[in-house]
Each structure stands twice: as structure tokens, then as C-alpha cells.
Design a protein around this ligand. Structure first.
Ligand code: ADP
Length: 622
């Protein structure tokens, strides 16, 4: 029979498995059982949506058999099974979890532990097997097929016979060596321990024939060994159990949701009331690699009294918490809830609402009790929360605003709005820019530093939108210091400046005339040592202009820009002198250079760099 080759990636992974020096080979059993359980879920789920399929929940099971003489361990399930094509694509090509592993490997090259902590599905069986046979009959098919492989050199698929729908996987164990006794997996007590440890929560019975001493018939104190079928797992899902250790929750999460990092926290609830439900929610410590792509689907696993009815129920998760993983189990949900009616389902809506506020509350306490970890969380998923603050016209901002963190100008550390609000008088000032360093060097910031006023440094491109959506916090307006109208000076200073600008109106008009794309030029006393700056009028700020124009859409916006010149800088004196000497051409040239300078400081492009650099050189040569 023709041997088929594995895909290159699969070969590499298999090689890794076969030659793995990783010690925790035990996990192969967990992986195979988890696949079997998934296959049963799939069949059961299908029966819920297709009336023609009759499946009795009590008939579903996983069975393990050990054969010492042939050194085999067999795992049978009566789940959905695989067709010939599915055997080919599912087992011949690298599975999802496998590709995740490669990613993990590339990220932490020297971390051999990854394989064990993470699991790699079906292929992990090659850690202990010298041959694997997969006999499978897919639901609704009459033919069965046998997939067979001895490892890297390929696999075969042939027609076979099998009565029941489902899959039987037979592992022929490697020979024992000095390093490892593979025959331990032929010991039924060892298997029993492993199932308890790793697969106890599986919701279908995992059965195995075990010898037990039973009283001999007709006697009272004589015993004989008898084979009895035992169920090895408690079948109690982990979210229903009490006294589960953090370690166990973490292991469950990593296995179930295919993540090689421990979650940053888990949130468990058991709600009894109008609607009863239990939930176990995890917050990952790292965003999955596809988190910011269209492929990523948010959602929680949905169970109706222990039976999986949906794998990713997105209706339970608001977009701003799209990173959460976990399960919801409710006896109040109907088994044949359909995707179409989900949105109108009252029970589901009630659960979603209650979960939403539970998560918000937990995150608030997390922020309060474990600041360092929370900051890690916020670095990873803060964007989501920010997005939630302005999305849907800011509908959720009141709920989410206390979860926000920004950098403070004081010590460059992260602060909450509440913290800065408590330290601020009647307004909360902020400034936006590309990076904390760049913001810290903005001319406008000096004035605030000099006056000892704390500012929020907003270096995320969403921040300006968030601030405009929030508008105020705790009764204090959120004020962008780069807006023209933001001015710390006294009325007296303002009047004085107004007069100064009126006196020099002709200079300012001339300057405005020589600069395209500017709405006003004026002298200012907001700057301490820098000569110029750009500020904006109206709702579109310079930061917003940059962000919106950088988006891959046709939409462009223009902030209404005001060029402010430091009235106390020598350049102001020079302009006034040139005006007296009627040197208009020179004023125009200086205006262009000053404007280009202000744009540079703001990180805006310059349309006419050659002209500007020539002008500068001309000045330098004088
Ligand atoms: P993963 O479970 O992460 O997708 P695996 O390598 O463990 O990766 O399995 C690959 C695929 O093979 C599964 O997604 C599933 O479609 C199929 N499969 C594995 N075991 C079984 C089984 N016992 N019954 C039906 N299908 C299975």
C-alpha cells in the first residue's frame, strides 16, 4: 500500500515528539481523551440541531483498554468519527495546536517545557508510541478507515470494518529503556491516577475494565478477582467543583483554550436568582497571536446543565472584553437554542449583563489589590477597554472609565483618572503624542511643569478619542492643553497679550498670508523657552488629524491650526524689528521656517522640504 508523506511542519513536530527529552509524557493521554470528548460533543451538538439524528446522552462514553501482551493502550469513543478525507487532513497535516506550538517555540527557543505545559494534541502520542492506529467511522457513513503510522516516514490509510460510529485509537508503546518505562501505561492503576489528575472534569464517562477483589459467591470471607467496568472520572465539570487549586484552574485553561501561558486571573461565579448560572472566566496574560485580526472570534463556551451547546457564544461577551475565555453553564437555557434566536434570548441577555458587571467589578478590585499585575494586563488589553470607552457613542464609558490608565507627567508612572482627579484642582489636563518622550519634550508642556501642574501623557492613538468621549471625570473637565483656548494665564496677562497682538496685527497678517493651511498666527505667553508651537481650534485636534489620515480609508481631516509664537523669545523681537524696517520678504521667509519647525515638533510632515531647507541655509549663510 502506498505510503503517504506528512506535511513538512507535521514532520518537524512529530520529530520533536518522538525525540522529545521532555519528561512529562503523561499528557498524551489527556490530549487523546480531550479529542475523544470533543468528538462526542460534536455528535451531540449535531443531534441538537438536526432532528433526524437520535443520540441518547447516556449512551455516550470513552473507553480505555490495556493489552499487556501486545503492549497496546486503546482509547475508544462513540463520537462523530472521521471520514477518509478527515483522517487525511486532520492527522496528516499539522493541527491548530501544533502551529501554536511552533509559534511558542519560536518565541521562547530554549523553553523545552512548552510541549508539556501546552500539549500538542494528537501528535503528543508519538512521545510514547512506536505505532499509532486510528480506526474511525464517521457519523452517517457505512465505511470505516484505518489510519496507521510508525512516525516520521509517513502513514497509510486503508478501508477497514467497524460496527459502531466513532474512533478507536490504538497506541503500541515504545520499548522500555533505561530512561523510561513505557510499560507504566499498561498498568490500570497508573491510568486511573492519570485520568483523575488530568481528565476528571470530562463530562462523559471514561470507562475501563479493572480487576477487583469481590466476595466469592456463596462465601462470606473468600475473595476472587473479577473484571468490572469502572468509570474513572467524576464527570463533574471544573466550574462546579469546590476546592479547586489555582494550579488546576490554570492547567484546565491552558489545555482547554490552547494557551501556553498561565492566565493572569480567573473569575468564578455561581449565581442564583432570576436566572441561575455558573461561570468560569479566564483572562489570558497574553493576547493570542490572531487577536487583532479578523480571524479572532470572541465568545464563551455555553453549557446547558453540563452539556456543551455552543463553542463560542459571542452574545455573552461585549467587544471591550473580547479577550476573555471561559465557560458559562446554565440550567435555564434550552438545549436547542439556535444561533438565530440567540440575540433575543432573555436568559442569555440576563447572563451577559450579569457577567459584564461581574468582570468589571473583578477588574476594579484587581486594579486596587494587585496594581503591578493589573498594569501588565492593561498593557496587553488596555486598547480594548479604551475602544469600549468611545465605541457606541460612549455608551459604556461610565462603567469602563475607572479601568483606564494613563502616564502621569509627574513620574512617568501609570495613574488612574481617580488618582489624578484627587490631586487636581478643578480640571484634569492631558496632552497627546506619539511617545512619552516626545510628549515630554513638547514646548507646551514646560509651562505646566513650571507651574507644578500634573498632566496625563496620552501616547496611544486612541487616547484623544477616549478623552473626547469621556469629556469629564468626577465633575472635572478633561482638558487638552494643545487646544488654543486652553490658557493658564490670568485675566490681566490675557488682556496684556491681547493688546500686544492687536498692536502687531500687520505682522501677524503678513505671516498668515505666507503660510498655507493655517487659520491664525498669534503671539503667546504660554511658552517659556521655546519659540513656536502649533495648537488647534475646534474638535479635530492635531493628534486626531494624524491618526485619521493614517488610516487606510479615503477619509482625511484637517485640524484648524494656530501657529503660536513666543512673545518673550528673541524671534518675536526680530519680527517686530523687520516689520519696522519694512522687510516684508524676510518676514514671509521666517514665517515659513517657523511654521515648518512647529510642524516638525508635532510630528507632522512638511510639504515643501526643499524650499524650507534652502531658506534655513540662506539664513545660516548670512
Ligand atoms: P486539535 O485537537 O488541537 O485540533 P489534534 O492534533 O489533537 O489537534 O487533532 C486534530 C484533529 O483531528 C481534531 O481537530 C479533530 O478534528 C480530529 N480528531 C482527533 N481525534 C479525534 C477523535 N477521537 N474523533 C474525531 N476526530 C478526532
Amino acid at each position: 500500500m502506498a505510503k503517504k508523506q506528512f506535511k513538512t511542519e507535521s514532520k518537524k513536530l512529530m520529530d520533536l515528539m518522538i525525540n522529545s527529552i521532555y519528561t512529562n509524557k503523561d499528557i498524551f493521554l489527556r490530549e487523546l481523551i480531550s479529542n475523544a470528548s470533543d468528538a462526542i460533543d460534536k455528535l451531540y451538538y449535531k443531534s441538537l440541531t438536526d432532528r433526524k439524528i437520535k443520540v441518547n446522552k447516556d449512551d455516550l462514553f470513552i473507553k480505555i483498554s490495556l493489552d499487556e501482551a501486545n503492549r497496546t493502550i486503546t482509547i475508544t469513543d462513540n463520537g462523530i468519527g472521521m471520514t477518509k478525507d478527515e483522517l487525511e487532513t486532520n492527522l496528516g497535516t499539522i493541527a491548530k495546536s501544533g502551529s501554536e506550538l511552533f509559534k511558542a517555540e519560536n518565541e521562547h527557543k530554549d523553553n523545552i517545557d512548552i510541549i508539556g505545559r501546552f500539549g500538542v494534541g494528537f501528535y503528543s502520542a508519538f512521545m510514547v508510541a512506536k505505532q499509532i492506529d486510528v480506526l474511525s467511522k464517521a457519523y452517517g457513513e457505512k465505511d470505516a478507515y484505518l489510519w496507521s503510522s510508525k512516525g516520521v516516514d509517513g502513514y497509510t490509510i486503508e478501508e477497514a470494518s467497524k460496527d459502531e460510529t466513532g474512533t478507536t485509537i490504538t497506541i503500541t508503546l515504545k520499548d522500555d529503556s533505561d530512561e523510561y518505562k513505557y510499560s507504566k501505561y499498561l498498568d490500570s492503576y497508573e491510568i486511573q491516577q492519570l485520568i483523575k489528575k488530568y481528565s476528571d472534569y470530562i463530562t462523559y464517562p471514561i470507562k475501563m475494565d479493572m480487576t477487583e477483589s469481590v466476595p466469592k459467591k456463596g462465601t462470606t470471607n473468600e475473595y476472587e478477582d473479577k473484571l468490572v467496568e469502572k468509570t474513572l472520572n467524576s464527570m463533574e465539570p471544573i466550574w462546579k467543583k469546590t476546592n479547586v487549586s489555582d494550579e488546576d484552574y490554570n492547567a484546565y485553561y491552558m489545555d482547554k483554550f490552547v494557551d501556553y501561558n498561565e492566565p493572569i486571573m480567573h473569575i468564578k461565579s455561581n449565581i442564583e436568582g432570576k436566572v441561575n448560572y455558573r461561570s468560569l472566566i479566564f483572562i489570558p496574560s497574553k493576547a493570542p497571536y490572531d487577536f487583532y485580526t479578523k480571524e479572532y472570534e470572541k465568545g464563551l463556551q455555553l453549557y446547558s446543565n453540563g452539556v456543551l451547546i455552543m463553542d463560542k457564544c459571542k452574545e455573552l461577551v461585549p467587544d471591550y472584553y473580547s479577550f476573555i475565555k471561559g465557560v458559562v453553564d446554565s440550567e435555564d437555557l434550552s438545549l436547542n437554542i439556535s444561533r438565530e434566536t440567540l440575540q433575543q434570548d432573555n436568559v442569555l441577555q440576563t447572563i451577559a449583563k450579569s457577567l459584564d458587571s461581574k468582570i468589571t467589578k473583578e477588574l476594579e478590585s484587581f486594579l486596587h489589590d494587585n496594581r503591578e499585575k493589573y498594569e501588565e494586563f492593561f498593557k496587553e488589553f488596555g486598547m480594548n477597554i479604551k475602544f469600549g470607552c468611545y465605541n457606541n457613542f460612549g455608551m459604556d464609558k461610565d462603567k469602563l472609565q475607572n479601568l483606564l490608565l494613563f502616564t502621569s507627567s509627574k513620574d512617568k508612572k501609570l495613574v488612574t483618572l481617580k488618582e489624578i482627579s484627587e490631586r487636581s484642582k478643578d480640571k484634569i489636563y492631558y496632552v497627546c503624542g506619539e511617545s512619552i518622550d516626545k510628549i515630554d519634550n513638547l514646548p507646551i508642556v514646560d509651562n505646566y511643569k513650571d507651574k507644578g501642574i500634573e498632566i496625563l501623557y496620552c501616547d496611544n492613538y486612541l487616547d484623544e478619542f477616549v478623552m473626547q468621549s469621556l469629556r469629564n471625570y468626577d465633575g472635572k473637565d478633561l482638558i487638552n492643553i494643545q487646544k488654543e483656548e486652553t490658557d493658564l494665564s490670568t485675566d490681566e496677562e490675557k488682556n496684556e497679550l491681547k493688546k500686544f497682538n492687536e498692536d502687531n496685527k500687520s505682522i501677524l497678517d503678513l505671516m498668515k498670508e505666507s503660510i498655507a493651511d493655517i487659520s491664525e498666527v498669534k503671539f503667546t505667553n504660554k511658552l517659556s523657552k521655546h519659540p513656536v508651537q502649533l495648537v488647534s481650534k475646534g474638535n479635530v485636534t492635531i493628534e486626531m488629524e494624524k491618526v485619521i489620515n493614517a488610516m487606510p480609508t479615503n477619509e482625511t481631516v484637517n485640524a484648524e491650526k494656530v501657529l503660536e509664537i513666543n512673545k518673550n523669545h528673541p524671534i518675536a523681537d526680530k519680527l517686530i524689528k523687520l516689520s519696522k524696517d519694512k522687510k516684508n520678504e524676510e518676514i514671509k521667509n521666517i514665517s515659513k521656517v517657523l511654521y515648518a519647525q512647529a510642524r516638525l515638533i508635532e510630528g507632522l510632515p512638511i510639504d515643501n522640504p526643499t524650499e524650507i531647507t534652502n531658506l534655513i541655509c540662506e539664513e545660516l549663510s548670512k
